[in-house]
Design a protein around this ligand. Sequence first.
Ligand SMILES: O=P(O)(O)O[C@@H]1C[C@H](O)[C@@H](CO)O1
Ligand SMILES: O=c1cc[nH]c(=O)[nH]1
Length: 296
Amino acid sequence: RVLLSADSGRAAMTETTVYPGGGLVHIKNPHLESMEEDILHHLDLGTKTHNLPAVFGDIKFVCVGGSPNRMRAFAQFMHKQLGLAGDGEDLADICAGMDRYAMYRAGPVLSISHGMGIPSISIMLHELIKLLHHAKCRDVTIIRIGTSGGLGKIKLGTVVITDTAVDSSFKPRFEQVVLDDVVVQSTELDKDLAKELLACSKEISDFPALISHTMCAYDFYEGKTTFGRLDGYLKRAYNAGVRNIEMESTAFAALCGLCGLKGECFCILPCIHSLTQPEGLVWCEIQTTQEPKPHS
Ligand SMILES: O=P(O)(O)O[C@@H]1C[C@H](O)[C@@H](CO)O1
Ligand SMILES: O=c1cc[nH]c(=O)[nH]1
């Protein structure tokens, strides 16, 4: 059975089916409020062990990315940008107790790692969204800061801002198995936020950026062995509006859409190799060989 709307059937019972209202993150799990305690296991946080509204209630931006070190560097960077007290070098990892994800805060900005791929980001986002809900955060914007492989002739270091995340068939959908159902969710991202980010990039010199569709693969190798794809697949992807490929955007977009969070994916293309298609077109495949540095 394929459910096209998360409002119907099994999906309405999942913990991540949440709705906006007054800027708060509402979770449409009828059992959540009656639970004595909610343990956010992989974040090493919980409603009984931590005063979540006091610690996180003022969070307005959440930035997520694959690697723990990158997200610490990003939090330190934000600490400096926001002119917060101290040099920010000794920021503590809030989730250190579990050693799964790393979380740092700099003023109203939370910076969290999500690991690689959809299952990993999905687990983190489930717990993060419940954290924002329990903490009674309002009007939160969440941005994925990542790396990706590029399609077409895109300048080294370009930032691709995703308007829509698409699957391997270039469709704007996220297909997930929920118990014994296949649930399909929409993967549109916040178009106004994408335009806002593009406008910001134009205010900074030498900050190439563009808005496009992003394809999300299930695996680094089997899902997108781009060097092996000399059969026109990349051309079809390009013609469908795809300019970069990564591994989390559809799950990210679907969960942001469900909970009413303003969400955006923001990927940097760090290093470039070129590839010639049989059609004679030159395609660019970008491999992640270095961690992107935050732009100053
Ligand atoms: O945010 P990052 O740069 O960690 O995400 C991309 C997508 C995969 O998780 C990983 C593959 O190298 O990099
Ligand atoms: O998913 C990714 C991330 C970085 N570079 C790639 O080629 N793919």
